[in-house]
Structures are given as structure tokens and as C-alpha cells.
Design a protein around this ligand. Structure first.
Ligand SMILES: *Cc1c(COP(=O)(O)O)cnc(C)c1O
Length: 453
């Protein structure tokens, strides 16, 4: 808190380009109160925080954001920020390159939700009256945004890995009436990778579009090169063939909140944005970003921050990728330690940097009780995890020793997003075992471990 106080004081003179800016006493007092109120925040920057999907922005992103914000450009129109609009184009091109996606149209957005809303809006404009499908493991906002758009939405089941189930998809596509299928590259719950290549194959056979929500997992494309630590390259390779992609620089791209991104393969969709603004577009006949985005005002500072970050940390395994390898390796290490414990199970094998674990107990109810108790006792011990409710019958298929006596079962989810998670991986695994399964395993548990692992 003392560090935050000092920083707030020094920043109070930095928000104005005038050298004589002196903050008024009321402003300093207000900042003091702000810092006091911020005490009620979880320690997101600390390696012991493995709870929500939160990654502190890189200092260079912060500095770039603050610098550009002194001018407060608006990336809606070139009139509002020609320099930052240019940076947005370059940063968006760099993200497309990272994903191996030849984008024709793309831009930043306020968030992954808004970027997905835009992709679903285009899905509706291109295929009006046809349904959107996403898996039960997809982000909850897809169903909500379909309802905002008046689009029919249907939920598909997941397979053993927790990814979209291909058999169910094929059966549904055969019945017709589907316009777009949403695949997720890195589900928010388990970090599972949907089989994008097979999904694209089925969708092309049945004449429908594919949108990939890579809000969480998109940046793992940097580790999808067959090297270690790495991720399965196959679904990332298939990104070149999809219709649209969403990626969140404010998740794994080291950006402050307010930075999502949507990319489209077909430039012809630009016609759906056609509007005439009597206020906005004067200085240039070039396409203004506001003419190809759903939103109006957007922070030019967000584009400046992303652009500067990508200058300092290029989108390569050695550049920005170096900020993901530690977490990926940590997830592998924690999973392997938990597997060896014999007392704690894995809801799924980690495919990215998320590990979901639970006590091996004879019933779903007991598993949930152990997770609830461990969530609290881990927090008391300084470890902040999250809870993830999964379908009890789904879990029991992988772990036949558990009787699914309830609809859902609560597991503990650890998002190992920070490089520092690598150093705490052994301690975290030990803490999970000690808090989830403090006693020797109950004799009733005859869990043979994950199938096919
Ligand atoms: C986080 C997330 C979203 C929502 O993105 P926001 O930036 O939080 O709005 C959508 N889809 C997936 C897969 C996500 O992980």
C-alpha cells in the first residue's frame, strides 16, 4: 500500500503535459482515499494468485497507454487519432500474422465479449434466420449475445476432454438450419482446445461458417510450433481456414483491460457496416476504423499500448511467447505432481495453462464439499484459486470411482498465467493436495486415473 501511495502521489503531477501542473489538495486527498479503497483487492500480481483470468499488464504497455492518454486520441475516426489508428492497423496485422490468419478486416474492440458480439452480428447479417451453435464449454456470453441479436442459439455437448463434441456437431449439422458454428480455442473453464480443423471440415461439408473464439487461447499460437513447452499445433494451424477470430490482448497479450480484437477473412462483410456519420469523417478518404467497427469511440491509447508492447516484445516464441512458456510449463508440472499424489484428480489434462483439480472422493457431493473447504482454507493460507462447476456425469466418465449423485460437481481451477507461476508450481501442487485431500484417500475410491492418459 505504501508503494501505491507513493506512486499515486508522483502520478498526480504526470497527467498533464504542462510543466507547472500542481495537483490541488482535494485531488491529493481523493487519491489518498483511492489507495485506501484499493486495499480491498486480491493480490493479482502475486504468484500465489491463481484465481481469475487476470494477468498484470506489462510495464511498457502501461507506460505507452499513459503516454498516449495524455493526448486521449479516439480511434473511431482518423480525425480523432491518425497516429493511433495507424498503430491499430499495424498491431492488428501483427496479431493476424501470429494466428496465421489472412485477415481482410479487423480492429480492436473494448473486450472479447464485444468482439464476439460483432462476429455474431456479422454471422447474422451473412446468414439471417439461421442458428448459431456453440459448445457447453464455450463462453456464456455467446448465448447471451445471440439473444441480444435475436439469433437462434443452440448448445452442443462436450467430449471427454471438455471440447466441442464432433459427433454431436455432425448430427446437428445434418438436420440443417445452421449458419455459424462457434469453436473455442482455449475454453475459459478448462483451457480446452476445440478441434478446429475437424470443425471446419464438417462446416464446409454442410455449408456453414466458423467463428473461433480464441479470446483466451489465441496467444498460445506462439507456442504451437512443436517445441517444448508447447501446445497442440493442429487446431492453431486450422485458423487459416476460418471465417472470423476473436483474441483478447487484455488476457495473454499483457494489455490493460479494454483491449479485445476481432478479425474477419472476407473484406466483403464491410458492406454490413455501411453508415453515414455527419460528424465524423472529414480528413481522409481512407477507411476510418469507425467505418468497419460496431463501436463508435474507442481508446487510441489501447492501440498505442498494444503496438508499443509488440515493438518491445514481438509476437514470437522468444518475444511475447516468453511470457507464456512459464505458465504452460507450470500447468504441466502441477498436473504431473497431482497425478502422482493419488489423492487429487484432474478434471482434464491441461492443454494450456489452466489446471482443474479435485479430491478423489466416492461421490460428487463429497468432491464438491472438499473443493469448497479447500477454496477457503487455501485463501486463508494465501493461495487464491477459483471454483469451476462441471457436469458430474461428465467427470464420472473419466473417473469411474466417483458416483455422480448431483447434477454438477465443484472443482478447483488454477489459472497459471504469470511466468512466476513456474517457480511456485511445486508449492502450489503440494498446497492443493494438502487442502483438497488432507487425509489419506478413502478406501472406497478405486479411481484408475484418467483414461487414455
Ligand atoms: C474471457 C473470454 C471471453 C470474454 O472476453 P472479455 O474480454 O472478458 O469480455 C470470451 N470468450 C472466451 C473464451 C474468454 O476466455
Amino acid at each position: 500500500m505504501a508503494a501505491l501511495h507513493a506512486r499515486a502521489r508522483s502520478l498526480s503531477t504526470a497527467g498533464d503535459l504542462s510543466p507547472r501542473h500542481r495537483p490541488a489538495p482535494a485531488e491529493l486527498a481523493a487519491l489518498q482515499r483511492l489507495v485506501e479503497r484499493l486495499a480491498n483487492t486480491y493480490p493479482y500480481h502475486d504468484a500465489h494468485y491463481v484465481g481469475q483470468v487476470l494477468k498484470p499488464p506489462h510495464p511498457v504497455a502501461w507506460a505507452a497507454y499513459a503516454t498516449a492518454m495524455l493526448l486521449n486520441p479516439n480511434n473511431h475516426a482518423l480525425d480523432g487519432g491518425p497516429a493511433t489508428a495507424e498503430m491499430e492497423r499495424e498491431a492488428v496485422a501483427a496479431l493476424s500474422g501470429m494466428l496465421g490468419f489472412e485477415h481482410a478486416l479487423g480492429h480492436l474492440a473494448a473486450s472479447g465479449t464485444i468482439a464476439n458480439l460483432e462476429a455474431l452480428w456479422i454471422a447474422r447479417q451473412v446468414r439471417p434466420g439461421e442458428a448459431v451453435l456453440s459448445a457447453a464449454s464455450a463462453h456464456y456470453t455467446h448465448a447471451r449475445m445471440c439473444s441480444v441479436l435475436g439469433l437462434a442459439h443452440e448448445t452442443l455437448p462436450v467430449d471427454q476432454r471438455g471440447a466441442l463434441d464432433l459427433e454431436a456437431l455432425e448430427a446437428r449439422l445434418r438436420r440443417g438450419g445452421v449458419g455459424t458454428v462457434v469453436a473455442t480455442l482455449g475454453t475459459t473453464g478448462l483451457g480446452a482446445l476445440d478441434p478446429v480443423s475437424e470443425i471446419v471440415g464438417l462446416c464446409r461439408t454442410h455449408g456453414c461458417r466458423v467463428h473461433v473464439d480464441a479470446a483466451y487461447g489465441g496467444f498460445f499460437a506462439l507456442l504451437a510450433d512443436g517445441r517444448r513447452p508447447g501446445v497442440d499445433p493442429e487446431p492453431f494451424r486450422a485458423l487459416a481456414t476460418v471465417d472470423s477470430i476473436v483474441v483478447d490482448p487484455h488476457k495473454h497479450g499483457l494489455q490493460p483491460y479494454g483491449c479485445g480484437c476481432v478479425l474477419f477473412a472476407d473484406a466483403a462483410i464491410a458492406r454490413h457496416y455501411a453508415h453515414d456519420s455527419p460528424y465524423a469523417y472529414f480528413t481522409s478518404r481512407d477507411l476510418h476504423l469507425g467505418e468497419i467497427s460496431l463501436e463508435c469511440s474507442r481508446a487510441g491509447a489501447a492501440a498505442a499500448a498494444l503496438w508499443t508492447t509488440l515493438q518491445a516484445l514481438p509476437p514470437t516464441r522468444e518475444g511475447l511467447g516468453a511470457h507464456l512458456t512459464g505458465g504452460r510449463q507450470a500447468a504441466l508440472d502441477v498436473a504431473s505432481a497431482l497425478r502422482g499424489s493419488g489423492r487429487v484428480g484432474l478434471a482434464a489434462e491441461p492443454e494450456l495453462d489452466i489446471v482443474c483439480s479435485f479430491a478423489l472422493r466416492p461421490t460428487a457431493t463429497e468432491v464438491t464439499a472438499a473443493s469448497e473447504a479447500a477454496f477457503d482454507s487455501l485463501a486463508a493460507a494465501g493461495w487464491h484459486a477459483a471454483k469451476l462447476a462441471v457436469d458430474a456425469r461428465w467427470l464420472a466418465e473419466r473417473h469411474p470411482g466417483i458416483e455422480p449423485d448431483a447434477e454438477t460437481v465443484t472443482t478447483l481451477r488454477c489459472a497459471l498465467m504469470k511466468p512466476a507461476h513456474l517457480t511456485v508450481a511445486p508449492a502450489l501442487a503440494a498446497a492443493l493436495v494438502a487442502h483438497l485431500a488432507p487425509a489419506a484417500p478413502p478406501s472406497a475410491t478405486s479411481d484408475p486415473g484418467p483414461r487414455g492418459a
